[in-house]
Design a protein around this ligand. Structure first.
Ligand SMILES: NC(=O)c1ccc[n+]([C@@H]2O[C@H](COP(=O)([O-])OP(=O)(O)OC[C@H]3O[C@@H](n4cnc5c(N)ncnc54)[C@H](O)[C@@H]3O)[C@@H](O)[C@H]2O)c1
Length: 296
């Protein structure tokens, strides 16, 4: 394909409809705001309807009525997920993107020790985390696929390629840097590694339907999920990073938007790390850049 034809793919997600779970808070909320700025329409889904409705109010106060729609969903419930997704399709007429940001985090009881797998509390917490973070993501994918495939078919602009689809429908899952390293919180680490596997498998299966599936892997970001127990850690890590700042929810939202733009058509089954480069630091510690500067 010539460069000029690639450029025809466009760079904007304007006019598309995004379903965002966990959009009442944190990374999902920031993503909902950014997609509204891009002139997409947004279904703001969360188990906490009050928070989802507040996000819709915030968006509508900037972009006007009708841009966003709040719905209560529990991603643990297959029937509820399907009914809510079908409601969104009815409300907006189509679904182009699914962003799976509903998730639960880490707690002391979720760390594995020698006897964890015999421990009823550990197993209960482990199943809770897996049900929301992993199976909840899979339930959302299953419910959205017919709508995403329909939208891809309607958007189809072959651009003189040999493939029948231009895969304008996208799914972005929320992994974590704990999917490429580990946090030490066993259930969370397992769930985020599973998201990577789910993303790669779904990318392979859904590509022929015109749907690209990727995931993002944020490092620790200040949100309600993390601030209770990792605040000091995030601050310390930021001071050691190459660019000396923490990541913000908006940083993650920007990466998600990038993956949904038509021009990201060749990204499929990928993991995009948003950690300010901290994974590259040797043994978890940065070089002493200031000392290097003195010697140069
Ligand atoms: N904040 C971070 O540092 C960070 C880093 C890497 C990955 N993540 C991942 O990003 C995602 C979002 O995290 P966040 O920091 O925005 O957390 P958050 O707690 O601010 O938001 C999560 C949202 O998910 C909703 N939710 C929880 N259970 C649900 C259910 N059963 N059905 C529907 N909605 C439900 C919550 O009500 C909440 O609004 C999670 O998957 C998390 O693991 C976060």
């Amino acid at each position: 394909m010539s460069l000029s034809k690639l450029s025809l793919m466009g760079h904007s997600a304007a006019g598309r409809v995004a379903v965002i779970t966990g959009a009442g808070s944190g990374l999902g909320r920031a993503t909902a705001h950014l997609f509204a700025d891009e002139k997409s329409k947004i279904a703001v889904l969360d188990i906490n309807l009050d928070n989802a409705s507040k996000v819709v109010e915030e968006i509508e106060s900037v972009h006007g009525k009708g841009v966003a729609h709040a719905l209560k969903v529990d991603v643990r419930n297959t029937d509820n997920v399907k009914a809510v997704v079908d409601d969104v399709a009815k409300h907006f007429g189509r679904i182009d993107f699914l962003i799976n940001s509903a998730g639960v985090g880490i707690a002391p009881g979720l760390t594995m020790d020698a006897h964890a797998w015999d421990n009823a509390d550990f197993l209960k917490n482990y199943e809770f985390v897996m049900d929301i973070n992993v199976t909840g993501t899979a339930r959302m994918i299953q419910a959205c696929v017919p709508h995403l495939a329909k939208a891809a078919a309607e958007n189809d602009t072959p651009l003189n390629t040999s493939t029948p689809w231009s895969n304008t429908s996208r799914i972005v899952n929320m992994a974590s840097i704990a999917a490429v390293r580990v946090s030490g919180m066993t259930a969370y680490d397992v769930s985020k590694h599973a998201i990577l596997g789910l993303t790669r498998s779904a990318a392979t299966r859904l590509g022929p339907k015109g749907i690209a599936v990727n995931c993002v892997a944020p490092g620790p970001v200040f949100t309600p999920l993390t601030e209770a127990y990792t605040g000091p850690f995030i601050r310390q890590l930021a001071s050691e990073k190459p660019h000396r700042r923490p990541e913000f929810p908006e940083d993650v939202a920007q990466a998600i938007l990038m993956l949904c733009r038509p021009s990201a058509s060749a990204m499929n089954g990928n993991i995009v790390e948003i950690d300010g480069g901290c994974r590259n630091m040797m043994f978890g510690h940065p070089y002493n850049f200031d000392a290097l500067k003195d010697k140069s």
